[in-house]
Ligand binder design. Structure first.
Ligand code: AMP
Length: 468
């Protein structure tokens, strides 16, 4: 998963963009990058966190009034420096940079075709095909090139591009799988994956970039355009419901909803659907907290901090190798004995993927004296991998793909296990005709046909164990 941020028309563009991607750090911790434009385009990118990648000196090498940034967790293309974004290229139109959140489902076919025609790829990232398609486009204008390129591309993309002259473009795929929001900071336009970064820089939220919309921001003004291919009619939008369940920051507004409130409603519904007599409700922090509060309020059972999360766990323990995963969970989460000892505990988490985390949590709680452990998940069973940008393991590793709820409960060794229903989830995110979602990870109903490469991409993606 990734986060993108861009600012146009600010004297301290790179500094602001630095703050912007800092607020999006939860969306990707593998690499961070910024480009800035002042007639020339410059770039700084490295593996690691935003705060490790940039300092006063490196930011000083990024002059210009337009800057675009990116944080990355690889879902397509391997984790290495050459894939760190924004990617920057020279072509007949000049210098261009691109930052992408989402996954293209036909990137492999396009890449094979482009390579056969002589394109030399510099990265293994799916994003690069967009630039090659733009470079080959017959239309000489930047917008026209992008529109032409995007007609060939299928999948999830929220993009921010910029050129050396400071023009900035934002584009969202016709389904609107991934978020992209527009804001204003004094005379500057800002684009971001999430509104949380607007709060940090004190920018005013204007609106979402609409599915299928392309905005061109240059010389202080903005124009809005449509994808050529979809000019007549757009498909129904399919915003990713998992952004609300787990991925986005709770202080962001997404798809017109507060993420925090949506999670709280998931918890309330969960309590209605899966009540159980207990003494205390606790959360798996941080992402499980709003749902646990919702559950506790609905069930009228006190909410307490029964698990404490260490915020100092380094990257070493994010790697999902079996030998260290065991320590990983314990290093990250520890039980509060005085909250759980002798109690019947309801523990709320946002999702259960492989089940390994839950199993360890249940064990930990029992070791800390919990008399009963009732696990409640504020989402339906995760049965299918995501091909549109969330890091999920292959179907064979998704415990709910091949096991019943009773079997999963036995595996994680909890007393009872309850999931939120799919209709309960849709209700919590206020799904209706105007607000439709992609929930393929819970239903297997993929809104967009998967390309050849996507079918086995599930084998390449790894579950990231980092939680925010
Ligand atoms: P598992 O041990 O595989 O069942 O992991 C479940 C935990 O991972 C839950 O606490 C989730 O909050 C978290 N989680 C779910 N999806 C993801 C994801 N795509 N990346 C990282 N963590 C996740």
């Amino acid at each position: 998963m990734c986060g993108v941020f861009g600012i146009h028309g600010h004297d301290e563009a790179a500094n602001i963009a630095y703050l912007g991607i800092h607020a999006l750090q939860h969306r990707g911790q593998e690499s961070a990058g910024l480009v800035a434009c002042d007639g020339r385009m410059r770039r700084v990118a490295a593996m690691g966190l935003v705060s490790d990648t940039f300092n006063r000196d490196s930011l000083a090498t990024l002059p210009g009034t337009t800057s675009v940034g990116h944080v990355r967790y690889s879902t397509a293309g391997s984790s290495e420096l050459r894939n760190a974004q924004p990617l920057m290229f020279e072509y007949t139109g000049g210098s261009i940079a691109i930052a992408h959140n989402g996954n293209l489902v036909n990137a492999l076919e396009l890449r094979t075709e482009l390579e056969r025609e002589g394109s030399l790829f510099q990265t293994s990232s799916d994003t690069e095909v967009i630039v090659h398609l733009m470079a080959k486009a017959s239309n000489p204008e930047l917008l026209g090139r992008l529109q032409e390129g995007l007609t060939r591309v299928s999948g999830a993309y929220s993009l921010i591009l910029c050129t050396a002259d400071g023009t900035m473009i934002g584009a969202r795929d016709p389904y609107g799988f991934r978020p992209l929001v527009l804001g204003r900071l004094k005379d500057s336009y800002v684009l971001s994956s999430e509104t949380a970064s607007f709060d940090l820089i004190e920018a005013e939220y204007i609106r979402e970039i609409e599915p299928g919309e392309i905005v061109v921001i240059q010389n202080g003004g903005m124009t809005s355009h449509r994808h050529e291919q979809w000019a007549a009619s757009l498909p129904a939008s399919r915003f990713c419901v998992f952004e609300h369940v787990y991925f986005a920051r709770p202080d962001s507004m997404l798809n017109g909803l507060s993420v925090y409130r949506a999670r709280e409603r998931m918890g309330r519904r969960l309590a209605q659907e899966n009540p159980v007599d207990a003494d205390v409700v606790i959360a798996v922090p941080d992402s499980g907290v709003p749902a646990a509060i919702g559950y506790a309020n609905e069930a009228k059972i006190p909410f307490e901090m029964g698990l404490i999360r260490s915020h100092y766990v380094g990257r070493t323990f994010i790697e999902p190798q079996d030998s260290i995963r065991h320590f990983g969970v314990r290093l990250k989460l520890s039980p509060v004995r005085s909250v759980v000892d002798g109690k019947r505990v309801i523990v709320v988490d946002d999702s259960l993927v492989r089940g390994t985390t839950s199993r360890k949590i249940v064990k930990m709680l029992r070791a800390a004296g919990a008399r009963e452990v009732h696990l409640r998940i504020s989402a339906p069973p995760t049965t299918h991998p995501c091909f549109y940008g969330i890091d999920t393991p292959t179907r064979s590793e998704l415990v709910a793909a091949s096991h019943t709820i009773e079997e999963i409960a036995r595996y994680v060794t909890c007393d009872t296990l309850g999931y939120l229903s799919h209709s309960g989830l849709l209700n919590a995110v206020k799904a209706d005709q105007d607000k439709s979602y992609c929930s393929a990870c819970f239903t297997g109903e993929y809104p967009l046909p998967l390309g050849v490469g996507a079918a086995d991409r599930g084998g390449l993606v790894k579950l990231r164990l980092a939680k925010v």
